[in-house]
Design a protein around this ligand. Structure first.
Ligand code: GLY
Length: 378
């Protein structure tokens, strides 16, 4: 890499400590002006699929786990534990309807990571509860259901590429409890995604609609990308990473091949700047970017490089990280988010080119992998 990782991680630790002190007791998601919002703030916006059950909430705890690992400081652990306790309300019947397919995103970086780091039985219980909720969304027709109903739209047959990251929770739970049900569900779902989401050119679609009775594929939908049939970059990153993880959990060669195909298609479309657009098929202007896709792809490619024994994937990951460090990172301790130009969805104006806590988590994760400091939570 062009950049010195130790030096970057030192800057990150200083920034993380300042951000922790400013955001203590909150659940940060997004910042537009250098200061994070708070998903635990009931006075702002607390609905069933927002507030405490928002899909990215576990990444604040995840950042605290990374801070604890990088510095050895107890205050990061205390903040993570505090967030876990706040998030326990999601498991209560009052907020139960708010939960969705993203329980892996929520409890892997926060509770599984903390369990791996400290051995906390409470953190383990939370991760297992989240796994049980995810397993309950499995449709025996062959897939894990995404989201909940919206108005009249039941969406019982919807499944999405992001789910490939959530199933790491099932692989872990299966090993932890020695109960193969979790792993069987993860494998059946991953196989369905492999057969139905990957296109001829190796890219993946975001949403597939299955017949919820038969499991037959009925339609593809565009989701958070530019349009139907386009290549939403964060979705591509989830695909690369999710299949590489599934391979690491199972040793199934077809999952490694799937990750490799999606990665090769992704790499063929990376611009010479190594900065990643929101969608590879978006119009040239406006040139919206998504640094979350970049950071996730970098972390995914490092894992794929190790799984496949191919150095080229690590080289690309390092180029992406160098570009983020040189052109899109704000290491100043006075502001909260590191990575600039993160975008939730192409057409969403409220979360376009902002900072996201989860982008920083994957960015730090990738750097920690390069230093051999990663705990295999995915
Ligand atoms: N729900 C995951 C994502 O927006 O990428």
């Amino acid at each position: 890499m062009r950049n010195d990782i130790d030096n970057i991680l030192n800057k990150i630790c200083i920034k993380l400590e300042n951000t922790r002190a400013r955001c203590q007791g909150t659940i940060p998601y997004l910042s537009r002006n250098g200061h994070y919002d708070n998903k635990a703030d009931k006075s702002v916006q607390w609905s069933l699929d927002n507030g405490l059950s928002w899909w990215t909430n576990g990444f604040w705890g995840g950042l605290m786990n990374q801070g604890a690992d990088l510095t050895g400081e107890d205050k990061f652990d205390a903040e993570c534990q505090n967030e876990e306790e706040m998030m326990d309300s999601c498991f209560s019947s009052k907020w139960f309807y708010g939960l969705h397919h993203d329980t892996g995103f929520m409890w892997l970086p926060m509770s599984l990571y903390r369990y791996m780091r400290t051995g906390s039985k409470e953190s383990k219980r939370r991760a297992l509860t989240a796994a049980a909720l995810l397993a309950a969304r499995f449709n025996p027709a062959g897939f894990i259901r995404a989201w909940n109903e919206e108005g009249e739209d039941v969406r019982a047959g919807w499944s999405i590429i992001d789910s490939m990251m959530n199933i790491s929770l099932l692989y872990w739970a299966g090993k932890e409890t020695k109960d193969p049900r979790f792993i069987q569900i993860a494998n059946i779902h991953a196989e369905t995604v492999r057969k139905n989401f990957i296109r001829q050119d190796g890219s993946v679609c975001h949403i597939v609609v299955f017949n919820p009775e038969t499991g037959m594929k009925e339609a593809e939908k565009g989701g958070q990308g530019y349009k139907e049939g386009s290549r939403w970059t964060r979705g591509q990153s989830w695909g690369i990473y999710g299949f590489a993880n599934a391979y690491n959990h199972t040793g199934k060669k077809e999952f490694l091949e799937a990750s490799t195909r999606i990665a090769d298609s992704f790499i063929a479309s990376i611009p010479s700047s190594y900065l990643i657009p929101v969608d590879f098929d978006q119009p040239e202007k406006p040139a919206y970017e998504d640094s979350t896709a970049a950071a996730i792809a970098a972390s995914a490619l490092i894992t794929l490089s190790e799984a496949s024994n191919k150095e080229k994937y690590k080289d690309i990951a390092e180029r992406i990280l160098d570009s983020l460090i040189d052109d899109r990172a704000d290491f100043s301790p006075e502001t909260d988010g590191i990575l600039q130009k993160c975008t939730g969805s192409y057409h969403g104006e409220k979360d376009r080119e902002v900072n996201f806590a989860y982008a920083d988590f994957y960015f730090i994760e990738a750097l920690m992998k390069l230093k051999g400091k990663y705990r295999a939570i995915w």
